[in-house]
Design a protein around this ligand. Sequence first.
Ligand SMILES: *Cc1c(COP(=O)(O)O)cnc(C)c1O
Length: 324
Amino acid sequence: MSNRYPLGFFPTPVHKLNNLSRVYQPYEIYIKRDDQTGLASGGNKTRKLEYLLQEAFDQECDTIVTAGAQQSNHARQTAAACAIAGLECHLLLKGEAPGQPNGNLLLSLILGAKVHYAGEKIRDEQVEQLMKDLFLLGKKPYFIPIGGSNPTGALGFVEACRELKQQLQQQDLKMDYIFFASCSGGTQAGLLLGKEKYGLEGTLMPVSIQKPELDETPLELLVLDIVNLAKPVTGIERVFLAEDLALIRGYDEAGYGVVTPQEKKAIHELARSEGIFLDPVYTGRAFFAMMDYLQKGLPEPGSKILFWHTGGLPAIFAYADKIQ
Ligand SMILES: *Cc1c(COP(=O)(O)O)cnc(C)c1O
């Protein structure tokens, strides 16, 4: 697709985890390295931002506004994308200004983003006010939702399926299961569509990161919404059903951004077996879920398993006391 503004190095590598595969035999474990997209320490948001920034340019915008947690990887990659593209970057982040910024927040500030602190919860009115303020200053702001998860952002992961399919073909490989962390839904929506469009094999195993709250729209519905809105652009006609959206729940009980011994165990295990860092919020949780599935023998023995590494390394430093 030509509607992308280049920000990352693609294709990201896909390779076997030999040491880990020995531990979990007869499973064969592979990894897709979106922690290596090359944009300011990498991550899955790079793929979405290529499409989002192009859309911002198409609409002749000169300023980007996005929102997220203080340790948002999406905010950091957005700040980096804006630095490259020469756009002004405004980040509306949860909480209060910390004494000493760390992890992703520190990097976003180094990248030149203007950070606004939203307090306890990010409300729609705060976003609208910020957009209005920028408008009155003569800017043309373009809003990117939390996680870059909308139909435009999801196109990045439609394209990622074409990329992976081609890589696997070249290595004469087929995956049976694809584990990944799912939180704001754009990655999952894009993978669902791309898998269909390009005939990528393997069952998607999205691991829920954020515990579902009663007063919030369930992630399944957010994903379905993005899928349905992006369908016409991708030319896919298939109707997606509840079973297509099935999330792996139960590893999200501690809540978003709460690091438990499970994430710590996953981070240590992959680092010490393969020299690869997971992050404490997303990939640590998803990788723990995958290890748990393999230990319980849930996928058929002998299956080829792919872990889609979505990045997040800088957050390790913000959770140092929970991980060491
Ligand atoms: C944002 C993020 C995810 C989740 O992707 P969504 O598209 O929001 O579901 C997973 N891993 C990392 C490291 C992320 O930053």
